[in-house]
Write a protein that binds this ligand. Structure first.
Ligand SMILES: C[S@@+](CC[C@H](N)C(=O)[O-])C[C@H]1O[C@@H](n2cnc3c(N)ncnc32)[C@H](O)[C@@H]1O
Ligand SMILES: Nc1nc2[nH]cc(C(=O)O)c2c(=O)[nH]1
Ligand code: SF4
Ligand SMILES: [Mg+2]
Length: 210
């Protein structure tokens, strides 16, 4: 298996229940809901993406020919020390590329594996922390996991329906866009109305981390 990696770097997890944790981010290239080209955004299935996941030219990116080689790259970015090893695998859509061999190779190097996925593809077995972020108008097949992270507001998504899915944590994250302040207000309103939900802010953007 050849893996196409947009970028790979050490930072803090900025979103969700593990916000604030030291983590290597492994961002795979490519997504099944958007080409990543601006000229396609308005006709894409997912139109609010805040991420460049096209190509393999980012910091620490490239093509990797084996799970062994990619896991060694992740380990080198983490550095010395066996405590608290965490890799966050994202994209693009990571389930297009994350296979059992990579899960195994990262576990062998002592990493806990967190994944950020849109849920339209079944999750690879062995993930330690699964975050699913549903997108309006798509068929979410992965309806269980550790945290469900709803970017808000999105038309045609009913938070009450999502509460019936099998997740331990329900998070609402304001959509970062031209009207971000309105997104924050709407997210706070959702939490006030539905106490099972918690607010997830993108902490990395607040403090200027990647
Ligand atoms: C770039 S996506 C990559 C992983 C996967 N494709 C997904 O959508 O979950 C990582 C996270 O950022 C969230 N996200 C993307 N664009 C956003 C935006 N404009 N504002 C807030 N969160 C956003 C996604 O919903 C997802 O939870
Ligand atoms: N610091 C940081 N935390 C994140 N959590 C989820 C992210 C993502 O793009 O998947 C992300 C990201 O891009 N940066
Ligand atoms: S599914 Fe995720 S990576 Fe793909 S376009 Fe939407 S937010 Fe971006
Ligand atoms: Mg991001």
């Amino acid at each position: 298996m050849t893996y196409a990696v947009k970028e790979c770097f050490l930072t803090l997890q900025g979103e969700g229940m593990q916000s604030g944790s030291r983590a290597v981010f492994l961002r795979f290239a490519g997504c099944n809901l958007w080409s990543g080209r601006e000229e396609d955004r308005e006709t894409a299935q997912c139109r609010f993406c805040d991420t460049d996941f096209v190509g393999t030219d980012g910091e620490g990116g490239g093509k990797f020919n084996s799970a062994e080689g990619l896991s060694a790259h992740v380990e080198a970015l983490w550095g010395q020390g066996a405590d608290g090893r965490l890799v966050v695998i994202t994209g693009g859509e990571p389930m297009l590329q994350l296979d059992r061999a990579l899960v195994e190779a990262l576990h062998d190097r002592g990493f806990r594996i967190a994944v950020e996925s849109n849920g339209t593809l079944a999750a690879t077995p062995g993930i330690d922390w699964l975050c699913i972020s549903p997108k309006a108008g798509t068929e979410v097949v992965q309806r269980s996991g550790d945290e469900l992270k709803l970017v808000w507001p999105q038309e045609d998504i009913d938070p009450a329906a999502l509460e019936r899915w099998d997740f331990r944590h329900f998070l609402v994250q304001p959509m970062d866009c031209a009207t971000r302040e309105r997104s924050v207000d709407a997210a706070i309103r959702l939490v006030m109305d539905r106490p099972r939900w918690r607010l997830s802010l993108q902490a990395h953007k607040v403090v200027g981390l990647p």
